[in-house]
Write a protein that binds this ligand. Structure first.
Ligand SMILES: C[S@@+](CC[C@H](N)C(=O)[O-])C[C@H]1O[C@@H](n2cnc3c(N)ncnc32)[C@H](O)[C@@H]1O
Length: 290
């Protein structure tokens, strides 16, 4: 009993002195560099989108890089997963989504996730995040957590599914339910890679001014192959990290999200060229220096 009380007091002291409210034990337990345990059941709104990430992944990132009462931002909100996790973990949430359809889905899903005990609130905006980030006060965001479109990969996936056989690499290597987000010219999912990188850099510059000194900026992204243009490997996560660095962020860490358990292996390039199945994504962790 005495031991337990001592531990509790120690824990309270530790929580009070850490920037994220974690004890030393939780801090260590969360410091693995490869994650294979963050999949969570897809909710109804996720099935309407086709390119969402799990709430469990958001819960972990939010608990690592922010504390209760902090503000979490997602500039590519999709169905609202980041904000649902932020509110559940007593953080304030700001989300921006370009597509009116997904904005409406996110608004309803986030509203539904609120309960009587919620201590925090949220704001959701519909439009291009490059423009709408101007609304967010400078130096106010502790954590940006987002999964952007992967340039125009989505068009290649959908074309491939329509025009070629359904077992081709693009379809099987990526999520076969993927669909084009919108026809909007500001949609990063409609941009060839060079144009995409220019837009990401402009967004990163704005995110930098909105982030608190010492705050974090986490982008979840997957590398891919552009077989149509004969490019075997597009190192998207490095391109994102480079844009972040050019905007002023420090490239702080890299976490691998191992998705092998959720994706089956497919035969690629057989019998002439050997390719591995890219069944993982990256969490590119950037930080605004203090
Ligand atoms: C990969 S999805 C995000 C999914 C989200 N993490 C979830 O779990 O629902 C990327 C989203 O970015 C949106 N998007 C694309 N370009 C945008 C822009 N310029 N401003 C804001 N949102 C944009 C797309 O409509 C799409 O919903």
């Amino acid at each position: 009993m005495e031991q337990k009380e001592t531990t509790t007091k120690k824990e309270i002291e530790q929580r009070a002195k850490t920037f994220n409210g974690m004890t030393a034990r939780e801090w260590t337990q969360n410091s693995r560099s490869v994650w294979n345990d963050v999949s969570s059941a897809r909710k109804s709104q996720h099935l309407l989108h086709g390119a969402t990430y799990p709430e469990k992944l958001c819960d972990r990132v939010i608990s690592m890089y922010s504390k209760q009462g902090d503000c979490v931002l997602d500039p590519f909100l999709g169905t609202g997963t980041t904000l649902i996790s932020a509110l559940k973990n007593n953080r304030f949430g700001i989300g921006i989504e370009l597509s009116k359809e997904y904005f409406t889905i996110a608004q309803a899903a986030v509203q539904n996730s609120l309960n009587l005990l919620s201590t925090t609130s949220f704001q959701i905006y519909n439009g291009d995040c490059e423009m709408l980030l101007d609304i967010v006060p400078n130096d106010s965001i502790q954590l940006t957590l987002t999964s952007p479109p992967y340039a125009d990969l989505i068009h290649k996936v959908v074309d491939d599914r329509t025009n070629r056989h359904k077992n081709s690499a693009f379809v099987t290597e990526n999520n076969a339910t993927t669909k084009i987000y919108s026809n909007n010219e500001n949609d990063l999912g409609n941009m060839p890679l060079e144009e995409y990188k220019e837009k990401v850099l402009r967004i990163m510059r704005k995110l930098y001014t909105k982030t608190k000194p010492g705050g974090y900026n986490v982008w979840v992204a997957k590398d891919f192959r552009d077989i149509k243009n004969n490019i075997p490997y597009v190192d998207l996560h490095s391109a994102i990290a480079e844009c972040g660095s050019n905007a002023g962020f420090v490239y702080h860490d890299l976490i691998i999200w191992d998705q092998n358990e959720q994706r089956s292996l497919v035969l690629l390039g057989y019998p002439s060229v050997f390719y591995v199945n890219q069944n993982h994504s990256y969490l590119v962790i950037m930080r605004r220096a203090k």
